[in-house]
Design a protein around this ligand. Structure first.
Ligand code: ADP
Ligand code: SF4
Ligand code: MG
Length: 329
């Protein structure tokens, strides 16, 4: 018997480059925004991987490209489901459709992602109705069961999103995502807009639901302190690339990459679109016009001559790895 557990997801060299077009009548491609560039990692079933980095580092693009909400430029996203390993990046859309129920996204702002004209019952029931997975009494029972699981009162099912607090609205968003019994959840800044005490409640809820439903998470956040409590491993992104990946313990106690080290001392603004208060000089690299060599070199406090001309290789270790010339010297 084969007892080796396979990763649920193996991402290999995944790229999303947005074309930059010239202005005027005859549009020509004059460059590209390397929003996600050669992203590679494995995600084991039941694991939680954090994806962290400053605003514009490519976290959302990576998440959306994995789920093929946007078309990848190149690379593989192997999704092991049952006995099959399908490449989500290239599988025909007709075959992708049934798999979409197995992968769901939870967003930062539950208010704008929930239709204000739909009742909670309709918001949570809609995915089951669209996919024809339940109707009648079974449908109502599944909605009510899910509301209870996410900590909402069944009596509120006919209310509209505006009647709820931010934390409760995020619970509605979670109920809608989980009603399809997915395997993989990508939570994109799911708690960033919430007060700190409510953040903790939602993180605890996600952790409980993970255990109950055997979920695997990619947890995107710009704030390392948020991911610390829920993630098994963390990937740090800078200018479209993963610069370091390791266990949460490793990353917090023994960060290798100078950018990870800087991130650990930063004081993030609750708004994921605002700049962080860094001890670093300079602006975050522009993925449409990346610096030569190591993209981080203009800001790196320990850069050396070759950092300007030579991109460091990613050096692997059993739990991940990092890309910095100092790892080899
Ligand atoms: N549709 C798009 N067209 C062009 N550039 C984009 C598009 N979406 C995102 N970008 C750019 O890609 C980079 C990464 O963005 P994003 O993935 O949203 O980062 P993050 O989620 O880490 O803040 C940014 O420079 C952003 O401006
Ligand atoms: S390769 Fe050079 S510039 Fe890049 S992080 Fe390492 S020391 Fe800094
Ligand atoms: Mg984002």
């Amino acid at each position: 018997m084969n007892t080796i557990t396979k990763p649920l997801l193996s991402v290999r060299g995944l790229c999303k480059h947005f074309p930059v077009m010239s202005k005027g009548f005859l549009k020509k491609q004059i460059g590209s925004v390397k929003a996600a560039d050669y992203i590679s990692f494995d995600l084991m079933p039941g694991e939680t991987l954090g994806l962290v980095g400053e605003s514009g580092s490519g976290k959302t693009t990576t998440g959306r490209t994995i789920l093929r909400a946007i078309e990848p430029t190149s690379g593989q996203v192997l999704f092991n489901y049952g006995d099959e390993a399908l490449d989500l990046a290239t599988v025909p859309l007709a075959r992708l459709k049934p798999l979409r129920t197995k992968m769901q996204m939870i967003f930062q702002d539950p208010f704008s992602s929930l239709n204000p004209r739909m009742t909670v019952r309709n918001i949570v029931a809609e995915p089951l109705i669209i996919h024809g997975l339940a109707k009648g009494r079974e449908l109502e029972a599944r909605v009510d069961e899910m509301l209870v699981k996410v900590g909402l009162r069944v009596e509120y099912r006919m209310r509209y999103p505006h009647a709820f607090s931010g934390g409760q609205r995020q619970r509605i968003g979670i109920a809608r995502a989980l009603i399809m019994r997915p395997k993989l959840i990508i939570a994109d800044e799911a708690v960033s807009a919430l007060d700190v005490s409510v953040q903790a409640q939602i993180i605890n809820l996600l952790a409980d639901l993970q255990e109950e439903f055997g979920l695997t998470y990619i947890f995107i956040a710009h704030d390392l302190s948020v991911v610390k409590h829920i993630c098994d491993r963390i990937a740090v992104m800078y200018a479209g690339r993963i610069v370091e990946i390791g266990t949460t313990d490793q990353l917090f106690n023994n960060p290798v990459h100078p950018y990870t080290q800087a991130l650990l001392t930063s004081v993030p603004d609750p708004d994921p679109d605002k700049r962080m208060d860094f001890g670093l000089k300079g602006e975050v690299a522009d993925p449409a016009d990346l610096p030569s060599g190591c993209s981080f070199h203009p800001r790196c406090p320990v850069s050396v001559e070759r950092c300007r001309t030579m991109a460091p290789e990613f050096v692997h270790n059993p739990n991940g790895g990092a890309s910095c010339h100092h790892m080899r010297s």
